[in-house]
Each structure stands twice: as structure tokens, then as C-alpha cells.
Write a protein that binds this ligand. Structure first.
Ligand SMILES: [Zn+2]
Length: 72
């Protein structure tokens, strides 16, 4: 039952950060903040920075803006 439930939940596309319903503008997230938080997890998880320090939120937003500009 747990598996069926998680699949159904994924199809509804809730925010992977806080589980609120996703907003079209920020899909699959619910807000720019959750999008930034997810990028932070991605950076610390798969794309290690040369330092051990966790990036400041302002730095993450700058990176996120660069990415957005590239995509448009
Ligand atoms: Zn969220």
C-alpha cells in the first residue's frame, strides 16, 4: 500500500521539499524558496564544491538566476 500511495502522490506533483501542492510557475516546487532549497541539496549532494562550506542562500539564488537565464 505504501508504494501505491507514493506513486499516486508523485502523479499529483507535490513540492518535493515541503509536500505542498506544486505551483505551475515553480513546478515541481511550490515556491522560489523551495526551488532554491532543492538546488542547495543538489549542489551538496551531486556537485560538490571545492570547499566544505555550505553555500550561502544568496549565492544559491545567483546560481539559480544564471541557470534560469540560460534556459530562456
Ligand atoms: Zn515547497
Amino acid at each position: 500500500m505504501a508504494e501505491v500511495y507514493s506513486i499516486a502522490k508523485a502523479r499529483r506533483s507535490s513540492c518535493p521539499i515541503c509536500k505542498k501542492p506544486s505551483v505551475a510557475d515553480y513546478r515541481p516546487f511550490c515556491s522560489p524558496r523551495c526551488k532554491t532549497l532543492d538546488l542547495g541539496q543538489w549542489l551538496s549532494g551531486g556537485y560538490r564544491l571545492p570547499t566544505e562550506e555550505v553555500p550561502e542562500e544568496a549565492e544559491l539564488e545567483a546560481i539559480l538566476q544564471e541557470r534560469t537565464e540560460d534556459e530562456t
